[in-house]
Design a binder for this molecule. Structure first.
Ligand SMILES: *Cc1c(COP(=O)(O)O)cnc(C)c1O
Length: 350
């Protein structure tokens, strides 16, 4: 099956300045595409990365039938190309597709598509300490529909872009704003899905938070009782020997793969790792707090504004376990530490 794209000028890999990568879109050579029609997925496979055409009545444009994943490929110091828990991303996307009434792209083929896309663009993978190749799989309703109902046609794609190291200014604690007025998700909704619309709704409150000098929103549940998560990252606190992260039961929080990994590391470190409601009033009693996600791995939290008041978290500095888990996860991801749980998938050499 063909998939026509209008090529955008490609940044030749040789011209990409790996010393100065931010989190911007860099045009790489190839992307992966597949089309769902007549009840089945057909791969177009690797195509030139470029613009493509879309039907004006595609459900993605009107009813937001769309979701994405975020992953990264890294180069180990030995020159191997590695992915982190890619099957988990595949499963998560499939679960989200079902919730949005979209046919899931089969998980085994998802991992294969990601591999192919990374390998077809491997010259864009930055050196180990300069960043990573960010991978963006996504799917959307591309068939035309007038009424509010699921599309019959879908598109699945994967593109990649080199990104710089997340902590350019060093590993510094961030300030977060917990608003009582704006919420990201409600119980029983689609907060647990990387649904495109969740992020559209977050742009306004997040922009306000940034204007006030905070790095991001720290989302509260709809009753302003407990913490949910941070922008596009999960939230953790440690008090004594207990590491806690909010429960996923309400379907309002995204089940991060980094979150699951950090819970495991916390257990392995001999701490009590629990999933429970983390109440707003606990924040001034915790020893440290951090958030987790693919992009930053782990980000220390120094200040949380709740009820209009800035609260310093612990001593406001990078916590002991924040740093430990960051170092451990980074070492596992780069095959510099034993991979006890089979999290790392080696897919080739640069
Ligand atoms: C992607 C995302 C996360 C982190 O998930 P990872 O699998 O760890 O990258 C957390 N919260 C939200 C809202 C997200 O979109």
């Amino acid at each position: 099956m063909g998939f026509e794209t209008r090529r955008i000028p490609v940044s030749a890999a040789a011209e990409v300045d790996f010393e100065d990568l931010g989190f911007n879109f860099v045009a790489t050579a190839k992307m992966f595409a597949a089309i769902y029609a007549d009840g089945q997925w057909t791969d177009a496979g690797l195509v030139d990365k470029g613009e493509f055409w879309i039907h004006p009545a595609a459900t993605v444009l009107h009813y937001g039938q769309a979701l994405f994943e975020g992953m990264k490929a890294r180069l180990t110091p030995q020159g191997e190309i590695v992915l982190f828990r890619p099957r988990d991303n595949a499963q998560r996307m499939a679960g989200g597709c079902e919730r949005l009434m979209m046919p899931p792209y089969p998980p085994e083929r998802f991992v294969e598509a990601v591999k192919q896309t990374v390998l077809a663009n491997k010259e864009y993978i930055p050196p180990t300490d300069k960043g990573s190749l960010y991978i963006r799989p996504f799917a959307f309703g591309s068939g035309p529909v007038m009424g509010v109902r699921p599309s019959e046609g879908y598109t699945f794609m994967v593109f990649v872009s080199p990104v710089g190291p997340y902590f350019k200014g060093g590993f510094n604690p961030i300030r977060l704003l917990a608003s009582h007025k704006y919420h990201r998700a409600v119980a029983g909704g689609v907060g647990w899905v990387k649904a495109a619309g969740n992020y559209a709704g977050g742009l306004y409150p997040s922009t306000l938070a940034k204007k006030e000098g905070y790095a991001e929103c720290l989302w509260l549940d709809q009753n302003n009782k407990h913490f949910e998560e941070v922008g596009a990252a999960n939230f953790f606190v440690r008090r004594g020997d207990e590491v806690a992260t909010p429960l996923l039961d309400d379907q309002s929080i995204l089940a991060g793969i980094t979150r699951a990994s950090v819970l495991q590391l916390a257990k392995d470190a001999g701490l009590k790792a629990v999933e429970r409601d983390v109440l707003v009033e606990e924040i001034d009693k915790v020893d440290e707090a951090w958030c987790t996600g693919t992009a930053a791995v782990i980000t220390p939290i120094g200040v949380v504004n709740v009820g209009g008041k800035d609260v310093t978290v612990g001593d406001g500095k990078v916590g002991k376990y924040t740093r430990l888990f960051y170092d451990q996860l980074n070492a596992i991801q780069l095959k510099q530490a034993p991979d006890k749980y089979g999290w790392v998938m080696t897919i080739g050499k640069k």
